[in-house]
Ligand binder design. Structure first.
Ligand code: XMP
Ligand code: MG
Length: 181
């Protein structure tokens, strides 16, 4: 275990098993279709790679990078597009892939944007869900794991851009982030 991690919440093995399970569900959902998988950078990267490895259907991948104004560890609600999709959304089956849903503001924004761009269908898959953080009504179609209202890192999730490469999801030692979450 990394020295800065207090405890592991979700092990590498549990993540892998869940990716297989979600991949199998997506294989069924998109049978005969050609979905556009949209990864939300940067946090969704490891999860997207692993879950789509087990999704046995033709699909396309693209990426969005969004940030919320205001900084800090909480979303402010105003979302800014840092990198937009290269792919046209109109008429497509969209599969949004996220690392975590907390307030729900990021996904609310993305879903509204893709509706406006006339997606044919929109599904959300997230590795983690923090239901206690929710301020807007949004639900993922597929959730890997529910997590408590604690700041988590690893497997895509960062603190100050670190820890994304950890193969598990864990909680930082309080002295690392000074308890600002
Ligand atoms: P909202 O509040 O818009 O947040 O649903 C989604 C984004 O907030 C970040 N986030 C976290 N990042 N550990 C992280 O590393 C966390 O515990 C955490 N909670 C929220 C994340 O960027 C996510 O995409
Ligand atoms: Mg994010």
């Amino acid at each position: 275990m990394h020295n800065d991690i207090e405890k592991i919440l979700i092990s590498k093995e549990d993540i892998e098993a869940k990716c297989k399970e979600i991949g199998a569900a997506l294989t069924k959902d998109y049978d005969g279709k050609f979905p556009l998988a949209v990864g939300v950078l940067k946090g969704a990267l490891p999860f997207m790679a692993d879950v789509l490895r087990y999704t046995d259907t033709h699909l396309e991948m693209d990426f969005m990078d969004v940030s919320s104004y205001g900084g800090g560890v909480r979303s402010s609600g105003e979302v800014k597009i840092e990198k937009d999709l290269d792919t046209k959304v109109e008429g497509r089956e969209l599969l949004i892939i996220e690392d975590i849903i907390d307030s729900g503001l990021t996904l609310r924004y993305l879903v509204d944007l893709f509706k406006y761009r006339k997606a044919n269908s929109i599904k959300i898959v997230t590795l983690l869900d923090k239901p206690e953080g929710r301020t807007v009504d949004i639900k993922a179609d597929l959730v890997g794991f529910e997590v408590p209202n604690e700041f988590v890192v690893g497997y895509g999730l960062d603190y100050q851009e670190k820890y994304r490469n950890l193969p598990y999801v864990g909680v930082l030692k309080p002295e690392i982030y000074g308890g600002e979450a």
